[in-house]
Design a binder for this molecule. Structure first.
Ligand code: GLA
Length: 359
């Protein structure tokens, strides 16, 4: 166990391969220790919440604008994070633009009403609002922080075959309920208009290697690709030490790579309820195997751009709330020390170099 701020850097170890990212939040950025750790270890960050629609949309100011399509946005939290990244020379994965979650209902309602039963706006209005929102966000970020964001999660989690909708699309979603499937390609078309040169557009989802779900996602991606609208697939990668199936993950990842898409691991953590030595050794083995697999895919020709962890240390992991159970799923402990899983990821990089040299 080493002090994470003094230990060798993950970002450096993988520099020749892909970016190493972490999801960070405003709370961490108020803590100097966290700032030092992030700066030392990572080459990419994702905002845990600060760039999602609910963090940007300002209803009062939107009402004051008096426009049925254009809404008012506040960028204070997002800008603080973007400024931090810029000052540290860290790049940013923008997460996320279109999502059924963490987007207030009033965005979809007639007259921006926040009454719980307010009628929803018609399809055309919602699609126009969507385009205005996307262009506004991209214009702001690219003007104030040129060159900082390297990719955008344009649509998050639009597929959920378990809900029984056509083509496996998620039906419990105000995007779907107001526009049918139209919101998907429409969002990517707007993002193509608003993107800066070199930025990649991503579709992002969880369990994206589960066969039924993957089949539906591949269909979505193929349709988008036919219009040259999508550049990458974001595999969230919320895994569980109790039900790991890395061979299945690898098969799934290969199918996306085969489409010529850039692959990002966007939200990796491995739920692990035990902090004891044995549990953490298992976790380390899983992380080591996972990163070895990414490097293997890359040697085979897959375009892997980034591996992002969902969090920085075990202290603030969302899994403790989500699972209602203890969880120690990341590479650094709450004391900001490296864990065996960190060493395993570092070792995978070294073994990867050796394999590449033999190749
Ligand atoms: C999804 C979202 C993330 C985050 C996690 C839970 O995976 O894409 O933004 O909200 O859920 O923390």
């Amino acid at each position: 166990m080493q002090d994470a701020c003094l230990a060798p850097s993950l970002g450096e170890a993988y520099r020749e391969h892909f970016l190493i990212g972490a999801a960070v939040n405003a709370h961490m950025l108020r803590d100097e220790q966290y700032q030092r750790l992030i700066r030392r270890q990572f080459t990419s960050i994702t905002a845990e919440n600060e760039m999602k629609p609910e963090s940007l949309l300002d209803r009062e100011a939107t009402l004051a604008l008096g426009d049925p399509i254009r809404c008012a946005l506040r960028f204070d939290l997002a800008d603080r994070m973007l400024s931090f990244a810029q000052a540290c020379g860290i790049r940013v994965r923008y997460h996320t633009i279109v999502w059924h979650n963490q987007t207030p209902r009033w965005f979809f309602a007639e007259g921006w009403s926040d009454a719980p039963d307010a009628p929803l706006a018609d399809t055309e209005t919602v699609l126009s609002r969507q385009e205005a929102y996307i262009l506004q966000v991209m214009e702001h970020v690219n003007r104030v922080f040129p060159g900082l964001v390297y990719c955008w999660d344009v649509v998050n989690e639009a597929v959920e075959p378990a809900q029984g909708g056509p083509d496996g699309l998620r039906t419990h979603s105000l995007w779907y309920q107001t526009t049918g499937s139209a919101f998907l390609a429409h969002a990517f078309r707007a993002a193509r208009k608003g993107q800066a040169e070199g930025q990649l557009l991503f579709y992002n989802d969880y369990n994206s290697y589960f066969p039924e779900k993957q089949e539906a996602i591949l269909k979505v991606l193929k349709n988008l690709q036919a219009e040259h609208l999508v550049d990458g697939m974001g595999m969230q990668t919320h895994l569980d030490i109790g039900s790991l199936d890395l061979p299945a993950f690898e098969t799934g990842a290969r199918a996306y790579a085969k489409m010529g898409l850039t692959l990002h691991i966007t939200e990796m953590d491995i739920h692990c309820p035990g902090a004891d030595e044995e549990s953490q050794a298992l976790l380390a083995k899983a992380y080591g195997d996972f990163f070895a697999m990414l490097l293997r895919l890359q040697r085979e020709g897959a375009k892997i751009g980034c591996a992002t962890l969902w969090g920085v240390t075990d202290q603030y992991t969302w899994l403790r709330f989500f699972r209602k159970q203890e969880s120690y799923p990341l590479l650094f402990s709450g004391e900001l020390k490296t864990k065996p899983a960190f060493d395993a990821v570092m070792d995978a990089a070294k073994a990867g170099e050796a394999a590449a040299a033999r190749w």
